[in-house]
Design a binder for this molecule. Structure first.
Ligand code: FJE
Length: 286
């Protein structure tokens, strides 16, 4: 089994989006425009309401999926179909925007810790105009796998330890794991070969080790927190922690290899389709 090494490290860039929410961006910024099939990865996290209170008011989407994973705090989401609900700590919302939806995510608290992630996942050309749909998962609905040696894995999508994730039926066959590693631990996690894969470290520090323990010349790449590691080819990744332990998102997906034409919240394959999206949105067809 080939272990995946680190192709490159992308430190998060502090930015703001929505109506002025402070974010740490790794995919979708100047350093890494996209990582097929992923279009954006943002981490939000603050104890200060001023950093998030403005939220993400109504904005349109077409041609991709947004995945919101809450760690702490409460957000209310609502959309143009009349659907809505609360996202609490540990919850996941996998929204397939398809042909178009207008969606908002607003904090339900004025202060205190709010923390989570948003990932944008591209849709293949054949699915871009599908009907919008959601998979909303409460924290209790997300399976947790004991990885041994104190390693805890929340299986949001894909498979770990023989357990299938909470979210299913997604075009790029994603793996989305939240892996907690105690101090001084090693853990090998299978990742589908051929998928684009990344690790995002959001607590502590984690190293990616890309050869077997007993061979000389192990390559060890330290991934500090708030840093994304783009992984090389292979069927698994070996994670190692030091004295502080760590927590990472391990995300993978089948690359689409299709042309991407992006205009803000519209992600299509051609310029004509973007013009159509703008037209449809202006005419109230979302
Ligand atoms: C969006 C601007 C946006 N990062 N992190 C334009 F900010 C967004 C958007 C988000 C977002 C939402 C959450 Cl809950 C967390 C985020 C960007 O929703 F979709 C458009 N179109």
């Amino acid at each position: 089994m080939q272990l995946r090494g680190v192709k490159n490290l992308v430190p998060a860039i502090a930015t703001s989006d929505g109506a002025g929410v402070k974010l740490n961006r790794t995919i979708g910024g100047p350093e890494l425009d996209s990582l097929d099939p992923f279009l954006l990865l943002d981490e939000f996290g603050s104890e200060d309401g001023a950093d998030y209170i403005a939220g993400f008011p109504d904005r349109p989407h077409r041609g991709f999926e947004t995945v919101t994973y809450m760690l702490d705090g409460l957000m209310r989401h609502a959309d143009s179909t009349g659907a809505g609900g609360m996202l609490g700590p540990g919850a996941v919302q996998w929204m397939t925007a398809g042909r178009g939806i207008v969606h908002s995510e607003m904090p339900r608290q004025e202060d205190g810790l709010m923390r989570g992630f948003q990932l944008w996942v591209n849709l293949p050309a054949s699915d871009k105009m599908c009907a919008p749909r959601y998979q909303n998962l409460k924290s209790e609905e997300i399976p947790e796998v004991d990885g041994g040696a104190g390693v805890e894995i929340r299986v949001i999508a894909g498979e770990a330890g023989g357990i299938s994730g909470a979210v299913s039926g997604i075009a790029v066959e994603p793996l989305y794991l939240d892996i907690l590693l105690p101090a001084e631990t090693e853990h090998v996690q299978p990742v589908p070969g051929g998928h684009t894969a990344l690790c995002y470290v959001f607590e502590g520090d984690v190293a990616v080790v890309d050869s077997d323990d007993n061979s000389a010349g192990d390559s060890v790449v330290e991934v500090p927190h708030h840093t994304l590691a783009v992984l090389g080819t292979g069927e698994a990744v070996r994670l190692r922690t030091g004295a502080d332990g760590g927590r990472v998102l391990l995300i993978a997906g089948r690359p689409l290899g299709e042309p991407v034409v992006r205009y803000g919240p519209f992600v299509m394959n051609t310029r004509e389709e973007i013009a159509q999206a703008i037209d449809d949105f202006r005419a109230g067809r979302f």
